[in-house]
Design a binder for this molecule. Sequence first.
Ligand SMILES: [Fe+2]
Length: 254
Amino acid sequence: MLVETIEKPTSPWRDFVVPQDWHRFTDEDHAVWDLLFERQCELLGTRIVSPFLDGIDLLRLSHPGIPDVAGLNDILMPRTGWRVVAVPGLVPDAIFFAMLSQRVFPVGNFIRKREQLDYLEAPDCFHDMFGHIPMLAHHDFAEMVEHVGRLGLAAIAADQGDRAARLYWHSVEFGLVRENGELKILGAGLASSFGEAHFSLESGTVERLPFSTARAVHTPYKHDAFQPRYLVSASLDQTIAEIVELTPEKLLSI
Ligand SMILES: [Fe+2]
């Protein structure tokens, strides 16, 4: 497997990486991916930022079946230097941010069952690969996520990890942005959710507040329910520019 030949022995996250074992996935696993993929693409339509749709095409994610990590990396690494590694479940925040800081994105080595299409205790490979990987093919977003990783490590070192977690949450996972005047989904948590994608854009019962890094850092979030509020950027470029300009010192003081 590619990752085993190039990872640095000193990387703190290497013990969390497992082989994806793509051949272990059953026909039913692949069928669940296909069902989720088709359903979500139809649901999203153009309600998502256009670079996400470009990434889906570029990475050939519409190819039937669960993507294999090596195949994704063959396309992603030459483009933006990001690579995907398989993990057995959620990794600790310090490990996650260390991975991001080295342009490594962890994806679950499992997929949900057909009877739990809309419920997940832990992010599976559909959330991780469909939700996150397309945007990592976008050069400026790719740089931003690496920067979030560095900010996360600095925040954890200062015992302020929550600041980085909230910044990440309100941009990479649940951010909304305007594109050509229309409200669109940016975050992977929304992109991969059947229930929350439309809810985030259309519900009249949630708050939608202008995105700023200061607001993101101080806005709590929910792990286990739809978000009560979303932060909306004037554009994808605004989200990227504000986050890339954020220094660790500023993150800890805003
Ligand atoms: Fe995620």
